[in-house]
Ligand binder design. Structure first.
Ligand code: NAP
Length: 480
């Protein structure tokens, strides 16, 4: 039994609501608890408290803020098992992945706590003798942070930690699919004794909450991670007040395998990435582009590897692929696979719902060959455990297929030639490129996309910059 997390945190206090949202375990369909569906008044109270708290929090030294963040990281690690259990039950991912994600939260929080001490300004040589030019960085102010369900812990930590380290105060709105783990992570932040109002979390109607945050001019910045479709809506809402906005949106990552690649390394890296989180990962591989000379061997190796994957509830031993998040997600996967098959693609393994648990949300890890770039499965984010393979003849053709996507989050390629590495890294139109490996998200590197995959970066000093404004100060020296 995981704890009852039927409250939000506003102005340092736990608040409940008569209206609630029910939360279900995707592995068995059982209700695992309810969270508040807050009223507009509560959203306004959260803005009031974050706004009041900003004055004091933004004036603390970076070292004081870092001490709160360090305590938060330690608290999370002390409860890593319990938190992983909450995440596994609510989101469906294997327990080992959930356990790892709590560790990732602590890493991001620690890194940003330290990086907050390095928010340096600048002095610039002037054009006249009596002028002095300096540039300082200041916290943006109150921030609204909207997070998705696929990494329901890491996405909260990756936004809250840099915001707090920069001196901002926050109001978090987690996904209605996975609010309990976000609340549990917040409990550990509150347990640090952080000042009331610095960090608030509210759950309920996403459109009402976001409309209220966008409409209030005390909220200076919105940071959103989620689908491109909602991201576009929020971008237009931001225009009313020219509110700062960062968007981490959908992707369509290609993995390109060139003929000189180490094929065993490529198979391991591709399968690890493709099936992590049941394929529900923004930087997850969507299509595998394989050079015609190695197509047969590569396809065989991928099929062998995928056949070994164990599907089941996340808390069962050795499970690598859990349920999908909801009915809409599995319906989409089924539809994309059936459409591709009807258009001539070959289902090599899988291609059906897996009958392994109490719910209807398990999908068998699937490999499909003879896919073409014009099929919907190659163009849309699949967000499920399905690996489509496309064959190509030349490097130029592979790059053309990859760059044709409106998305530009992550791309991967595999080769042993240093010239190809530089050429392709520069030509691929993506915010992140993985060469001979697929692990990307680390605190010190800028995670994010170009084109319709968003704007802004999370992680690294660039991620911290997203919560800071530049101010140029020109001083005219008075004559003695
Ligand atoms: P989503 O449906 O767009 O939801 C994301 C968040 O937006 C949730 O908190 C959701 O709340 C909220 N939301 C929904 N409708 C809204 C509205 N009209 N106004 C304001 N907020 C609204 O996305 P998702 O299905 O949770 O997440 C999967 C997507 O996120 C994928 O496309 C994935 O690629 C992307 N993603 C991107 C990154 C990245 O770093 N680029 C990382 C992770 C995920 P409710 O649940 O309460 O409606």
């Amino acid at each position: 039994m995981t704890p009852n997390l039927n409250y939000n945190w506003v102005n340092g206090k736990k608040i409940k609501s008569a209206d609630e949202v029910s939360i279900f375990n995707p592995a068995n369909g059982y209700n695992i608890g309810n969270v508040p569906s807050v009223s507009k008044e509560i959203v306004q109270e959260a803005i009031d408290s974050a706004s009041t708290a900003f004055e004091k929090w933004s004036n603390y030294t970076a070292e004081t803020r870092q001490q709160f963040l360090e305590k938060w990281a330690v608290n999370l690690l002390n409860k890593q098992e319990e938190l992983a259990q909450i995440m596994c039950e609510e989101q469906g991912k294997p327990y080992t992945e959930a356990f790892g994600e709590i560790g990732v939260c602590a890493k991001f929080i620690r890194w940003f706590g330290e990086e907050g001490k390095r928010i340096y300004g600048e002095t610039i040589p002037p054009s006249s003798e009596n002028q002095r030019i300096s540039v300082i960085k200041q916290p943006v102010g109150v921030c609204g942070l909207i997070t998705p369900w696929n990494f329901p812990g890491a996405m909260v930590a990756r936004k809250v930690a840099p915001a707090l380290a920069a001196g901002c105060t926050v109001i978090v709105k987690p996904s209605s699919e996975t609010p309990r783990i976000a609340i549990a992570i917040f409990d550990e932040l509150m347990a640090t004794g952080i000042d009331a109002g610095v960090a608030n979390i509210i759950t309920g109607s996403s459109s009402m909450i976001s409309d209220t945050l966008f409409a209030d001019n005390r909220v200076k910045k919105m940071s959103f991670t989620g689908s491109t479709q909602i991201g576009k809506t929020l971008m237009s809402k931001a225009s009313d007040q020219v509110k700062r906005i960062s968007l981490e949106l959908g992707g369509n990552a290609p993995a390109i395998v060139l003929p000189d690649a180490d094929l065993d390394n490529a198979v391991n890296a591709i399968v690890d990435n493709k099936f992590e989180n049941s394929g529900q990962m923004c930087n997850g591989i969507n299509v595998i582009l394989v050079h015609k000379d190695v197509k047969q061997e590569m396809t065989k190796k991928i099929i062998e590897s995928v056949k070994k994957i164990k599907v089941g509830a996340g808390n069962e031993e050795n499970v690598q692929v859990g349920p999908l998040i909801n009915k809409k997600a599995i319906d989409k996967v089924e539809q994309l696979v059936s459409e591709a098959s009807n258009q001539g693609a070959v289902i090599e393994t899988g291609g059906f719902k897996a009958d392994v648990g109490e719910s209807d949300l398990f999908y068998q890890p699937t490999v499909i060959s003879s896919v073409t770039a014009d099929m919907t499965i190659a163009q849309e984010e699949i967000f499920g455990p399905v690996a489509p393979i496309i064959s190509f003849d030349t490097e130029e053709e592979a790059i053309e297929i990859a760059n044709a996507s409106p998305y530009g989050l992550a791309a991967y390629f595999f080769t042993s030639d240093i010239n190809t590495i530089y050429r392709m890294s520069e030509k691929l139109e993506f915010g992140m490129v993985g060469v001979n490996g697929t692990q990307l998200s680390v605190p010190q590197a800028p995670f994010g996309g170009i084109k319709e995959s968003g704007m802004g970066r999370e992680g690294s000093h660039y991620g911290l910059d997203g919560f800071l404004e530049l101010k140029y100060i020109s001083l005219s020296l008075l004559k003695k």
